[in-house]
Design a protein around this ligand. Structure first.
Ligand SMILES: Cc1cc2nc3c(=O)[nH]c(=O)nc-3n(C[C@H](O)[C@H](O)[C@H](O)COP(=O)(O)O)c2cc1C
Ligand code: SF4
Length: 691
């Protein structure tokens, strides 16, 4: 029983073939930058999800063979028996808390560049490698290759069962798997029984399901992850076309349908481009054509939405990747009626950047993600205080609020002095920009927690001087005063100020716009040498206010870094659709108040663009005036009983909101056990004796 009977339905067990999930919370496959390379960290992360109440916890895509080597990306691996100890660590961690363990067996076909294994990539038909313009091709598979692939898949399923997995996936999703490549008519030009008609193109998927059921079906459920719509209209698989036909054809064959849209950026859409539940229109047909349980996704964080999905017969199981990353304890919180303690995913896809940069996963909302084993951080269990320190935190942005939340949870007495009347710092300001409203959850979750604490007090409208800090009486001072954008143009492309970049000529920073300062009437140039989301968002805002906007960037595309959050394509499309002119590979040489001189980054050839205002995003400067003042009076600080003054977050080194939250969290966890010169986390070292 849950505290709120409306949510009881979410905790009903669901039979999936020969196994039973204890509830309807299903952590769908998600990679994490740890995969096969960092198995202890990986297992600990999955274990925390199971502890948090997820009925099913899945791996990420797991390569079944060296010809599916997606290096340098770090996914799971079940190439041979030597991978079993690492996989068993994961299943043990999941089973310890009564959850089912699922493994997504994957062969990436043409998407596997095989850079480590040096195998030749395989595909339904000969095709150029889609990976990073690599000068390579995938070979069209012979019948013998197909037979071998089926054998590898079957062997991987048998191994997965030995490793203790309860649910074994056949993966035909995201356009990233061989089984899906065979389904896609544009990739499958075969003329034999595996090509041509849909029945033929689906033959391999059918055989894989049958092989897997035959191999392990008595003990393990066999799930299919299928992309039912590629959002390409009639040129691709669609929910009212071949996506539906495939499910109809194979309706009762698997034990579970896990259905979503493709490709990955469409599936993991950010909150800027899609609302919670956005996949419903594509997947709702599935339950009408099969009696097997259906899991689907859509950044589900609201228990009411989840209940509605079940009651309206859209889904049987609530699939979640990002909501389980932002709050591994989401199911338990719903069960216990702690709804306002849920740390809701903000849909920023910083979690995806771990995969893209081949480093352990991180999350804006959940700073413990990826640190469960490395640092022993748990998202809910926090060590109690170790002494009698009291804290003054200056600044109530994401860093200050997270630091206060954690210190408060540890039982310390904390005061937060915020210069302004509004809390949340850059999160509050940026969440007012087009498409970023959900980002305010970073502030709201923390304020909600802080409001419940007697030992934390927030002082608004309190711009403190160094002397006031000394007089305050806290033993530890934490400076979280944020950063401000530079106006002078110094950044990646320009090491020296850009001539004419000053306020008198109408050069504005993002801070000016966020403070409500209008751009001058007339055309506006946005100079984006920051390359994350803000340049594109501000261009969008200015365009919606009626300005003619030109976005200029030294990069080769708009918001270049958002490739790592899967948004770049959607951002550039939106910018172009809004009629914003885009000039890439251009640096700014100077601005005279009416004309901006540009330089091609390759040739140096100069051109000009008219501009009444320029909005410049190049780099930021930490707000470190208070730190400098306090640093200049160490004796007074000593005399005032201050043990430490520490700058954290953007006022130490400006970065992402995720890094700002992490900085606040880290200080609160570690101020009383600083690592000194030691490496601050556990590492998984290569063992030369292990071959
Ligand atoms: C960090 C991250 C990694 C992912 N990796 C995989 C993967 O390995 N295999 C897969 O099938 N889907 C993967 N996905 C897609 C998710 O399973 C899911 O379908 C998608 O994120 C939408 O669900 P959500 O809104 O609950 O996040 C990944 C998603 C994220 C955010
Ligand atoms: S990083 Fe962002 S999108 Fe990913 S889980 Fe965390 S809050 Fe959600």
């Amino acid at each position: 029983m849950t505290r709120d009977p409306r949510f009881d339905i979410l905790f009903e067990p669901v039979k999936i073939g020969p196994v039973v999930a204890k509830n309807r919370f299903y952590q769908v496959p998600h990679c994490n930058g740890m995969g096969h390379a960092r198995p202890r960290a990986h297992a600990a992360m999955r274990g925390v999800k199971a502890e948090g109440g997820w009925g099913v916890v899945s791996t990420e895509e797991v390569e079944i063979h060296p010809s599916s080597d997606v290096s340098p990306y770090i996914e799971g691996r079940v190439w041979d028996d030597r991978d079993l100890p690492a996989l068993t660590l994961i299943t043990d961690a999941i089973h310890k808390h009564g959850a089912l363990a699922a493994i997504e067996l994957a062969h990436a076909g043409m998407n596997a560049p095989n850079l480590y294994s040096r195998e030749v990539s395989i595909a339904p038909s000969h095709v150029a490698s889609p990976a990073n313009y690599a000068p390579a091709q995938a070979r069209g598979m012979t019948k013998a290759d197909i037979a071998a692939y089926r054998r590898w898949h079957r062997n991987a399923a048998l191994r997965a069962r030995r490793a203790g997995f309860n649910i074994i996936y056949v993966y035909a999703g995201h356009g990233l798997s061989l089984a899906m490549h065979f389904l896609q008519s544009r990739h499958n030009q075969r003329t034999d029984e595996y090509g041509g008609s849909l029945i033929n193109r689906a033959r391999l998927l059918r055989e894989l399901i049958e092989d897997t059921k035959q191999a392990v079906g008595a003990d393990c459920a066999v799930a299919v992850r299928l992309a039912v719509d590629e959002l390409r209209g009639p040129c691709g698989i669609s929910a009212d076309g071949e996506g539906r036909e495939v499910v109809e054809m194979l309706a009762e064959l698997p034990d579970l349908w896990d259905v979503n849209v493709s490709d990955w950026p469409n599936d993991s859409k950010t909150s800027r481009f899609a609302a919670e539940g956005y996949q419903e229109e594509f997947v709702r047909f599935v339950k009408t054509v099969t009696t097997k349980p259906v899991v689907g996704v859509g950044r589900f964080t609201s228990p009411d939405t989840m209940v509605s999905q079940i009651r309206r017969g859209v889904l049987d199981l609530i699939g979640a990747a990002r909501p389980s990353i932002a709050d591994p304890f989401l199911p338990k919180k719903i069960k216990n009626g702690d709804i306002d303690d849920i740390r809701e995913c903000i849909g920023c896809n910083v979690c995806v950047t771990g995969d893209y940069t081949m480093t352990p996963i991180r999350c804006t909302q959940n700073p413990t993600m990826g640190e469960e084993w490395r640092k022993g951080w748990h998202p809910e269990a926090i060590p109690p205080r170790s002494g009698e320190d009291s804290f003054l935190i200056v600044g109530a942005g994401p860093t200050g609020l997270e630091c206060a939340r954690l210190l408060g949870r540890r039982g310390y007495s904390v005061h937060v002095a915020e210069a302004g009347e509004q809390l949340g710092g850059r999160v509050t300001r940026e969440s007012r920009l087009p498409g970023l409203a959900a980002w305010a959850r970073v502030r709201d979750y923390r304020l909600n927690q802080l409001n419940k604490m007697q030992n934390v007090e927030i002082l608004r409208g309190s711009r403190v001087t160094a002397n006031e800090v000394l007089e305050f009486g806290a033993t530890r001072v934490v400076l979280a005063t944020g950063a401000r954008w530079r106006r002078d143009g110094i950044g990646r492309a320009n090491a020296r100020p850009i001539p004419g970049f000053d306020l008198t000529r109408g050069v504005l920073t993002p801070d000016d716009l966020l403070d409500g300062m209008p751009a001058a009437a007339g055309p506006v140039v946005v100079f984006d040498d920051d390359h994350y989301y803000l340049g594109g968002v501000l261009a969008e805002k200015l365009r919606s206010e009626g300005h003619e906007v030109t976005l200029i960037t030294p990069a080769d595309r708009v918001s270049a870094w958002t490739v790592n959050t899967l948004e770049q394509h959607a951002i550039q499309r939106r910018v172009l659709e809004l009629g914003i002119e885009v000039l890439v590979n251009r640096n700014v040489a100077e601005f005279d108040g009416t004309r901006i001189v540009l330089e091609c980054t390759f040739t140096g050839r100069q051109t000009t663009v008219s501009a009444a205002s320029v909005v410049t995003l190049t780099s930021r400067l930490p707000n470190e005036e208070l730190a400098e003042s306090l640093g200049a009076m160490p004796e007074s600080a000593n005399a005032a009983g201050i043990v430490s003054v520490t700058s954290i977050g953007d006022c130490w080194a400006p970065s992402t909101i995720a890094a700002a939250v992490y900085g606040g969290h880290r200080y609160a966890r570690e101020f009383d056990c600083p690592p000194g010169d030691e490496v601050a986390f556990q590492r998984e070292l290569a063992d030369p004796s292990n071959t």
